[in-house]
Design a protein around this ligand. Structure first.
Ligand SMILES: [Zn+2]
Length: 423
């Protein structure tokens, strides 16, 4: 086989870069599948639209010479052979399932972009030592069935049976929903890939405003935020708004309001990248002239640093206790989500940085607030993430947009990174 590595020029894919037009064509075609009347895309797994999208992507993979296979939980893997087929492959990819009325970029950029990267490698006659695999993770968003199902299984964090036997909200069985697409699960390979992935790199939209605001092409992710989510409920005593003196109230709405302010105040004191959100406040009975009897406040705090996250989450909880005392209410805290931050591999981030310079991409280092399949893959292999800008920071909405040439820049960085890692 011809070896076209050109260490002297420093670039292995310098003959041809990715095509913004081709990326646009593929993303828009994919975005037509599951299009809603509201102008967004709804593509939940194992629906007709999802199966159509799978066929489209599988066809694209094959058109660039990848050998495709689905594993037992519905991940699609396209393999580009390496000179040494026994070595664990370098992997890249993302997801194509969406939230309701989504845009056409979240996840899809990382899948279509990975396939475009394979075209770039082909056009430059690149042969790699290690195989390269493009993966479509099943059910990242998890509108139907559990989120991150595909990457969880690939990272050996969930058993195949637990996923196949899970049910959606309407009681449909994962296994049956999957086989409705015409695949027989029994003959498919197991998803768990511990020890059999050399490195994983995901290209994704930022889903935040930083890159656009700074006028940059690329974000190199340092860590994916950890999350602490809990629900706090306060119980007070309903009373007449006119007849109950201020000093004698047990006001659950006041306690909720103080909690909202406390999350904001404590989070701002910690400073960036800490974020804290109260997205939902519910009050009972919710009547204008009645003192609140009950309230329920959601708390969501995130940070890239695990110890800062733990200490802030603890501080918010202690403050809630103090608020309950001050408002003479009873409180209860129920933990909902505890995810620790995931650090990307410094070595891979350095490779991405070198490649960004090589293709002339203006870049910065940042963290990811949203979670990604990479979070799971980091449990079994070294990972890196490349972000491209999101216009107005919009995501999970049909307003999602990334300039085509910026996606192409991201793909160029990805192509170079894959070549460097698979040498
Ligand atoms: Zn995504």
């Amino acid at each position: 086989m011809r070896d076209t590595f050109k260490p002297k020029t420093g670039s292995v894919a310098s003959q041809m870069r990715s095509s913004a037009d081709r990326i646009k064509g593929d993303l828009e075609t994919l975005g037509e599948i599951g299009k809603t009347e509201a102008g967004g895309v709804s593509r939940f797994i194992f629906t007709d639209e999802d199966f159509e999208a799978r066929r489209f992507i599988t066809g694209l993979m094959q058109s660039v010479g990848l050998r495709t296979v689905s594993d037992k939980v519905g991940n699609i893997i396209g393999r580009r052979p390496g000179r040494n087929e026994d070595l664990p492959p370098v992997m890249t990819g993302s997801h194509i399932d969406t939230v309701p009325n989504a845009g056409i970029f979240d996840g899809c950029v990382g899948v279509v972009g990975a396939i475009e990267a394979m075209r770039v490698l082909n056009a430059n006659g690149v042969t790699s030592n290690r195989p390269i695999e493009v993966v479509v993770f099943n059910n990242e968003e998890g509108v139907r069935f559990e989120p991150l199902a595909g990457s969880k299984a690939m990272a050996c964090q969930a058993s195949v049976d637990s996923i196949l036997n899970s049910r959606d909200r309407d009681g449909a069985l994962f296994r049956e929903a999957f086989e409705r697409g015409g695949q027989r699960i029994d003959g498919l390979p197991s998803p768990c890939r511990r020890g059999r992935v050399r490195a994983f790199v995901e290209l994704h939209i930022e889903q935040g405003p930083i890159l656009e605001k700074k006028g940059l092409d690329i974000g190199i992710v340092g860590a994916i935020f950890g999350i602490r989510q809990f629900l706090t409920s306060f119980r007070g005593v309903a009373g007449h708004a006119g007849g109950t003196p201020m000093s004698m109230r047990k006001d659950a709405v006041l306690a909720a309001a103080k909690t909202v302010v406390a999350v904001d105040e404590i989070t701002k004191r910690y400073g960036p990248p800490a974020v804290g959100t109260v997205g939902s406040v519910r009050v009972y009975p919710g009547v204008v002239n009645v003192i609140g009897e009950q309230s329920e406040v959601s708390v969501d705090v995130r940070d890239s640093d695990g110890s800062r996250l733990r200490s802030r989450s603890g501080e918010v909880k202690r403050r809630i206790k103090a608020i309950a005392r001050a408002t003479s209410t009873e409180f209860e805290i129920v933990d909902r989500l505890e995810i620790d931050p995931t650090a990307m591999s410094r070595r891979i981030s350095r490779v991405i940085e070198v490649c960004a310079k090589r293709v002339g991409a203006r870049y910065t280092h940042l963290d990811s607030g949203p979670y990604h399949d990479t979070m799971m893959m980091a449990k079994i292999t070294k990972c890196g993430m490349i972000f491209v800008p999101s216009r107005d920071g919009a995501s999970h909405s049909r307003k999602e947009f990334t300039e085509w040439r910026q996606i192409a820049k991201g793909v160029d960085v990805l192509s170079e990174t894959l070549v460097a890692l698979s040498k």
